[in-house]
Design a protein around this ligand. Structure first.
Ligand code: NAG
Ligand code: NAG
Length: 510
C-alpha cells in the first residue's frame, strides 16, 4: 500500500477516533489494573508467554497516549471475559520496553496485534469497545472454515451473514481454501460443503461468493493459481456500491483498483443514487470500486481527495498513482451527468486535480521551494543530485531541522561547482500532492543524477555533518562540500524577507 494512502487512513481513523472518543468513559487509564486479567509482558517474558498461549491479543502502548487511555478500561473488561475462553490479553508498555516494541515495528500507539505463536502476528482490525474486542477475538478462536452439510444450515448461514460468504463445493482445493480463509477470516465467512443441492446447482469443487442481499452467487471461473483467486475475491466480495468506514477502508485501499466515492449528506440521498451507481458499477466491475461515504461523519476526508467540503460530491481516487479525479463542484453533478463522467474517466479524458501551492516566482532562501506542480520535473532532473525534505508546518522535528537544512543549502549554493550538481529542496507535503512514500515528517529523499528510479531515503542523523556526508556517499556526483571552496558571494536577503520570516516563525509557534 502506498504510504500516502496510509496517511489518508490515519486521517480517516482519527476522524473515527473523534466519533468514538465522545462516547468514552470519564475515568481512563492506559495501564490495566493489576486486578484485571491483562498480563503485563516484558522483553524477558514475552516469547515464552506468547508461545505457551494459543491466542493472545497484545497491546503495545504508551501510558501518556490519549487513545490508549480510552482503550484501557475496555481492554481490561474484555480480558476478564475472554480469560475463561483461553484467550489472553496482554500489554507491553513501549516507554519501558523500547527494544521489544522496536522488534515488532511499532510506529504508533496503541498498536494491537493478534498472536498465534510468535511468528506472523496479524493486525487487530476490530472495534475498540469491550464487546467488540470480545466478539472479534472469539471469532479469531473459531476454525476459519465452517463445515456445513444440511441445505437449510447453509442457506441460513448465508442469509444471516452481514458480509460476503465464500463457499467451496467440495474439498479439491482444500489447502488453497484454508489459506484464503486465514487471509480473510476477519472480513468474510468461509463454508465448505459437499451438499448435493449446492453441487448440483453450482457444480462440484467450485468457489462461490454470496453477497448480502443478492440471490445468486458469483462463481469462480479462473485457473487454480492462488494469486488469481485472491484478486478475484478482492473484486467479488465487495458490494457493487459499498460503504466506506473504518472497517472497510483497509480492504478498499489494498485492492489497488481506483476507488470512486459518493459523499452523501443523508441516507435518503444515498438511496437516490443507489441504482444509478450500481448499474455503472456492474459495468466497471474489476476496474473501479464504488463506495458511499457519510459526509456528516467523514466530510473532512474530502480534503484528502483535493475536494471542497461541499456535498454531495463525487471523486475517483486512483490509488496506485495517487491521482484524484473530482467531478467539478459547480452544481452540475447529477444522476444524469455521472455516467458521462465515468466514461470520460475510463477513456483517459480527465485531468487529475493536483493539490499544489502556486509556483513561487522567486526563491526566498537557498533551499529550493518545490510545489505539487513542479515536484516531478525537479526531482527527475537527470543532471542533478536532488535532496528533498518533505515536511509539515506543524511538525516539531521539521522546525528543528529547518535552520540546519538552510545552512546546508547555503553551503552548496556558495560553491559554483556544488551548485551545478546538487539541489537542496523542500516541499510542504500537506499543501502539495507528491507521489512519494512518506511515513513520517520530515522525510528526506535523495534523487541521484542519472539514476532517478532509485531514490534513497536518508536514515542517518539530521545534523549538518550527517546530511553532507549523505549527499557525498549517496549522490551520483559524490560532492564533498567540505573540500570545496566557497566562491559565490551569497545574495543577502532583503530586510523585508527576513522580517516576514520572523513573523512566520512566531505565528507557527502559537
Ligand atoms: C483441509 O485442511 C484443513 C487445514 O489444514 C484440515 O484441518 C482439514 O482436515 C482438511 N480437510 C480435508 C477434507 O482435507
Ligand atoms: C466529458 O468529456 C467531454 C469531452 O471531452 C466534455 O465535453 C464533457 O463536459 C465531459 N463531461 C463530464 C461530465 O465530465
Amino acid at each position: 500500500m502506498r504510504l500516502l494512502s496510509a496517511l489518508n487512513l490515519k486521517t480517516l481513523s482519527s476522524l473515527l477516533a473523534i466519533v468514538s472518543l465522545t462516547n468514552a468513559a470519564a475515568e481512563e487509564d492506559a495501564i490495566a489494573s493489576p486486578d484485571s486479567a491483562v498480563v503485563k509482558l516484558t522483553q524477558e517474558t514475552f516469547s515464552k508467554y506468547i508461545n505457551e498461549n494459543p491466542l493472545v491479543l497484545a497491546e503495545f502502548f504508551a501510558p501518556w497516549c490519549g487513545h490508549c487511555k480510552a482503550l484501557g478500561p475496555n481492554f481490561a473488561k474484555a480480558a476478564d471475559i475472554l480469560d475463561s475462553k483461553n484467550i489472553q490479553l496482554a500489554q507491553i508498555d513501549c516507554t519501558e520496553e523500547q527494544e521489544l516494541c522496536q522488534e515488532h515495528g511499532i510506529r504508533g500507539y496503541p498498536t494491537l496485534k493478534v498472536f498465534r505463536g510468535e511468528s506472523d502476528p496479524s493486525d487487530y482490525e476490530g472495534p475498540r469497545s469491550a464487546d467488540g474486542i470480545v466478539d472479534y477475538m472469539i471469532k479469531q478462536s473459531l476454525p476459519p472454515v465452517s463445515l456445513l452439510e444440511e441445505t437449510s444450515d447453509i442457506d441460513d448461514f448465508i442469509s444471516e451473514a452481514s458480509a460476503a460468504v465464500i463457499v467451496e463445493t467440495g474439498s479439491k482445493q482444500n489447502e488453497t481454501f484454508y489459506k484464503l480463509s486465514a487471509l480473510h477470516r476477519d472480513e468474510f465467512s468461509f463454508v465448505q460443503t459437499s451438499n448435493k443441492d449446492y453441487t448440483k446447482k453450482y457444480g462440484k469443487d467450485k468457489f462461490l461468493v454470496f453477497l448480502p442481499d443478492t440471490k445468486d452467487p458469483v462463481i469462480y471461473k479462473g485457473d487454480e493459481s492462488y494469486e488469481n483467486l485472491v484478486d478475484w475475491l478482492s473484486v467479488e466480495t465487495k458490494p457493487l456500491f459499498g460503504e466506506l468506514d473504518g472497517s472497510t477502508y483497509q480492504s478498499y485501499m489494498t485492492s489497488n483498483l481506483p476507488l470512486a466515492y459518493l459523499f452523501y449528506n443523508t441516507p435518503e440521498e444515498r438511496e437516490e443514487w443507489k441504482s444509478t451507481i450500481e448499474k455503472i458499477a456492474k459495468e466497471q466491475r474489476g476496474k473501479i470500486n464504488f463506495v458511499g461515504l457519510d459526509a456528516s461523519k467523514y466530510g473532512r476526508h474530502a480534503e484528502n481527495l483535493n475536494m471542497d467540503q461541499d456535498f454531495p460530491l463525487f471523486v475517483i481516487h486512483d490509488i496506485s498513482s495517487n491521482k484524484k479525479f473530482g467531478f467539478p463542484q459547480d452544481n452540475s453533478l447529477s444522476i444524469k451527468t455521472l455516467p458521462k463522467f465515468i466514461q470520460n474517466y475510463s477513456s483517459g479524458k480527465l485531468e487529475p486535480k493536483v493539490k499544489s501551492e502556486e509556483i513561487p516566482t522567486k526563491q526566498e532562501t537557498s533551499v529550493l521551494k518545490i510545489v505539487g506542480k513542479t515536484h516531478d520535473q525537479i526531482v527527475k532532473d537527470e543532471t542533478k543530485d536532488v535532496l528533498v525534505k518533505y515536511y509539515a508546518p506543524w511538525c516539531g522535528h521539521c522546525k528543528r531541522l529547518a535552520p540546519i537544512y538552510e545552512e546546508l543549502a547555503d553551503k552548496f549554493q556558495s560553491s559554483s561547482e556544488a551548485k551545478d550538481k546538487v539541489i537542496i529542496a523542500n516541499v510542504d507535503a500537506t499543501l502539495n500532492d507528491v507521489d512519494v512514500d512518506i511515513s513520517g515528517y520530515p522525510t528526506l529523499i535523495l534523487y541521484p543524477a542519472n539514476d532517478k528510479s532509485n531514490p534513497i531515503v536518508h536514515q542517518g542523523g539530521r545534523d549538518l555533518e550527517s546530511l553532507a556526508s549523505f549527499i557525498k556517499e549517496s549522490g551520483s556526483f559524490k560532492v564533498d562540500i567540505d573540500s570545496l571552496e566557497a566562491d559565490v558571494i551569497p545574495v543577502k536577503e532583503s530586510e523585508e524577507t527576513a522580517a516576514s520570516k520572523e513573523t512566520d516563525i512566531t505565528h507557527d509557534e502559537l
